[in-house]
Unconditional design. Structure first.
Length: 405
């Protein structure tokens, strides 16, 4: 008699076979809302997209879309345009679609929010409160939760906690909510009305957001620990990393994130007409394209005139194929007038009479070692100097936790 080894699928096996859903950080059922869109059932499509994602409308505009990279249709020809479909349905029925939608969505969240989990090989719908009870969490009775930071992590936590019966209070040091969504993502990529509509819905669920309240300055951190039942730290990486090369401390050397913040808040920024952006990711192109947009309201006109009005040179270590920025960002950035310089590492920022005059770069022959670790190597004999009035750094960001005393 032959013996066969049988392996029973684990509880989450069925879900892992739906690769788009498994790839999503918040486990969105992309398959479900795409099917609903195909059937022109847009209300259901929106609710499916929204049920696991409190910022569905925002993700329709700027999500990195790992679901598309995992989409099984890509094995045949090309992945489905999942993010674009989400943007379509949120535009029709999301928080930003009409003033009365926020009230309707809030009511639906309270009355009918469901999450689907496997249960004895069946799909069982449970409310958030039921799920809370099922997993034996402590009983919820309106406990107050302090959340430091109103970015996507803070808003997402506040949203879910409110639906579970907690009383979240979000502390935000800036004058506007949503953290880097508002201050770090340019408006041409993420319209502000979408952000504010999503925030308004979360507030409608009973979340309190205190703006212009810096923890560590306006209120000591230990006060939160004393006055609240729990504290969630959800501050973002809002501080640009600095270069450690000669001239990097010049006043015209600015952090890219700080530059975007000033643009978002309407603060005046004097950077001259010759700009070097250092970095090869999406933030680098956000910064470069925002510089172009400062030359005029009409981007097409600005791009046509950019060679006469402003030089935006984007310089990065990586080769063109290695650049971490999304392909569409690179293409559109170059179309708008950004001059791309690949395989270049900054060696010195030249300063004369207290002002930046240029940057010298060495040719980068290697960015990563054989194990994929960051290990840049340079040919010091091959150097290039680019004249400029200001340098904008987009080489990474870090979290400032100095408010914790």
């Amino acid at each position: 008699m032959k013996k066969y080894r049988a392996q029973l699928p684990a509880e989450n096996h069925w879900a892992e076979t739906i690769k788009c859903r498994a790839a999503c950080p918040v486990y969105t059922d992309a398959r479900g809302y795409i099917q609903a869109i195909a059937q022109r059932d847009y209300e259901t499509a929106y609710l499916i997209a929204r049920v696991s994602n409190p910022l569905a409308s925002i993700c329709g505009s700027i999500c990195g879309a790992p679901c598309e990279a995992a989409c099984r249709r890509g094995d045949i020809d090309s992945p489905l345009q999942i993010r674009a479909l989400k943007r379509f349905v949120t535009g029709k029925l999301g928080t930003e679609s009409s003033p009365d939608r926020i009230e309707k969505i809030a009511k639906w969240l309270w009355d009918r929010l469901r999450v689907t989990i496997p249960d004895d090989e069946k799909e069982t719908n449970l409310s958030i409160v039921d799920l809370n009870t099922r997993r034996n969490y402590p009983k919820v009775g309106g406990q107050r939760i302090a959340i430091v930071g109103s970015g996507p992590a803070g808003l997402g936590a506040a949203h879910d906690l409110a639906l579970m019966g907690f009383s979240p209070v979000v502390f935000e040091r800036e004058s506007v909510p949503a953290g880097m969504l508002y201050l770090g993502v340019p408006e041409y990529r993420l319209p502000r009305n979408i952000i504010l509509a999503e925030v308004k819905l979360i507030e409608k669920l009973g979340v309190e957001i205190r703006l212009n309240t810096a923890v560590g300055e306006d209120i000591p951190f230990f006060k939160l620990v004393e006055e609240f039942d729990a504290v969630i730290i959800a501050v973002g990486a809002k501080k640009s990393r600095k270069l450690k090369i000669p001239g990097a401390d010049a006043p015209q050397v600015l952090g890219g994130v700080e530059f975007l913040r000033d643009i978002a808040l309407g603060n005046p920024v004097e950077i001259g007409s010759r700009i070097v952006v250092i970095g090869g990711g999406n933030v680098a192109f956000d910064v470069g394209r925002s510089v172009v947009r400062q030359t005029g309201q009409d981007v097409a006109v600005a791009a046509a005139l950019v060679s006469d009005m402003v030089d935006v040179n984007l310089c990065c270590l990586e080769s063109r194929d290695e650049m971490p920025a999304d392909e569409v960002e690179i293409i559109e950035g170059c179309e708008e007038g950004i001059i791309l310089h690949t395989g270049m590492g900054p060696k010195e920022i030249h300063v004369k009479n207290g002002k930046v005059t240029g940057v010298t770069f060495s040719h980068c022959v290697q960015v990563f070692d054989q194990n994929g670790r960051f290990d840049p190597k340079f040919d010091e004999e091959r150097q290039t100097t680019i004249e400029c009035d200001a340098v904008l750094l987009t080489i990474g960001q870090e979290v400032d936790l100095s408010f914790i005393d």
